[in-house]
Design a protein around this ligand. Structure first.
Ligand SMILES: Cc1cc2nc3c(=O)[nH]c(=O)nc-3n(C[C@H](O)[C@H](O)[C@H](O)COP(=O)(O)OP(=O)(O)OC[C@H]3O[C@@H](n4cnc5c(N)ncnc54)[C@H](O)[C@@H]3O)c2cc1C
Length: 398
């Protein structure tokens, strides 16, 4: 039984190596109860986060996780997703109050009640968040909500090198300035935006340099103060600090940052595949691994076309590469490179998956990250909850 939300996950999380029954949640997309006074909402798993936010907008509240545009809450819970706002708001696990889950034997359980705080018993909510549908089917989700900030702004800061951009990102993280979101894109990605961005994004000619996109949110006065402090932190890098002149321009700035991965998908040449992978490392090692990944990938004799992007605010970044699946040498070179990148992240004390889960693609790396004892306990949990191994088999571990 393979649950399916919007199919936007990136590690083969919903693929079906043993065939089976695909359970599509598209039509279970309703808000079941909205408690604005308690700042929470109970939803069915098929609701798309953006639709949820549109429906509750007039209350002044929103659900702050925003991964790919059409992701569903069920898929977001099951991958423990995040998004650009993770820097300020954390990841999906921080916003789930309780879950209703149908277990493999048909029992229906509710993991908790609705208070924002509880220390009652085992944290079963967290057991199912990020389980990728391998432990049960999520049929209801109670989410915490946050107040919509009064105002927002976006700054675009181009750097001379990706290392400088990453170093500035680390300095900003350490500064403690409450930036809402922080994205990095390399010069390749900026060029792609100039050529293939959406109409609004292409109105502007972007500097084709490694760039930080910084989003600010809060009171108008607070934002001005945050921007001044950020300018101080990036001053030693001697870089331009571009602010939007209007709300429309602000929207275009943010759209550019959000469009990054999609623009890459758009330019994929016929017959080529895209491999997008992510890691997260302790923030002090961020610049080092980004620079290493970019350099090493570019160095391969087989000329892998690759671009760096990501939500660096929490030490996470992505590398997206094109390869020809019929060119065995190139495919192997990409596989080898991804393995080296995972090894490097682990050596730095990081993780092989910052936000896309393990799926089918990262099972071996998870073993490297956690070791046989930890994986062994995960297996025992799986066996207890799903003894016949019928829930999304072949994912997370074998
Ligand atoms: C362009 C693009 C940008 C992206 N940006 C981000 C980003 O910023 N941050 C981020 O974290 N991710 C990002 N992603 C990845 C993706 O958006 C997330 O993994 C998202 O959470 C997937 O949601 P989905 O509804 O598509 O789930 P699916 O892909 O349909 O499913 C994901 C997993 O959840 C399981 N599942 C789905 N519904 C249920 C359910 N009801 N019960 C139990 N299990 C279930 C599935 O079996 C599968 O294992 C991006 C992807 C793309 C293509």
């Amino acid at each position: 039984m393979i649950p399916f939300g919007a199919g936007f996950s990136l590690e083969g999380n919903f693929s079906q190596p043993y065939s089976g029954i695909c359970i599509d949640f598209t039509l279970m997309d309703k808000i079941l109860a909205f408690h604005p006074d308690d700042m929470d909402v109970v939803v069915q798993p098929g609701i798309i986060w953006a639709d949820l936010n549109t429906q509750i907008e007039s209350s002044g509240l929103f659900a702050p996780m925003d991964p790919s545009v059409a992701a569903t809450v069920g898929g977001m819970v099951s991958t423990n997703c995040s998004g650009p706002y993770a820097f300020r708001y954390g990841t999906m696990k921080d916003w789930v109050l309780n879950l209703t889950v149908v277990l493999a034997d048909g029992r229906v359980i509710k993991t908790r009640r609705r208070p924002r705080k509880t220390s009652a018993g085992y944290n079963l909510t967290s057991l199912f968040v990020g389980a990728e549908g391998t432990l049960g089917i999520v049929t209801e989700v109670t989410l915490k909500l946050a107040p919509i900030p009064e105002d927002s702004s976006v700054a675009v800061v181009p750097f001379v090198s990706i290392a400088e951009a990453a170093n500035a990102a680390t300095a900003l993280i350490r500064s403690g300035i409450p930036i809402a979101a922080m994205g990095i894109t390399d010069e390749v990605q900026m060029k792609i935006l100039n050529l293939y961005g959406s109409a609004g994004v292409r109105k502007r000619r972007w500097e084709e340099k490694p760039t930080l996109f910084l989003r600010f949110a809060g009171t108008t006065q607070g934002i001005q103060s945050d921007i001044s402090k950020v300018k101080e932190v990036v001053r030693p890098f001697n870089v331009p600090f571009v602010l939007p002149k209007s709300k429309a321009e602000e929207k275009a700035f943010w759209a550019a940052s959000k469009e990054a991965l999609f623009s890459m998908v758009k330019i994929r040449p016929e017959g080529m595949e895209m491999w997008s992978t992510d890691v997260a490392v302790p923030i002090s090692r961020l610049a080092e691994i980004i620079e290493w990944s970019k350099r090493e990938c570019g160095n391969r004799k087989l000329k892998i076309f690759a671009t760096v992007l990501g939500q660096v605010g929490d030490g996470n970044f992505h590398l997206a590469m094109f390869y020809n699946p019929r060119n065995q040498k190139q495919k192997e070179a990409v596989e080898k490179f991804v393995k080296e990148m995972m090894d490097m992240a682990l050596e730095m004390g990081g993780t092989v998956s910052g936000q896309h889960g393990i799926g089918i693609g990262k099972k071996d790396y998870l073993r490297d990250e956690l070791g046989p004892e930890t994986i062994g306990l995960m297996r025992e949990l799986k066996r207890t909850v799903d003894p016949k191994w019928i829930m999304n088999p072949g994912k997370v571990f074998d």
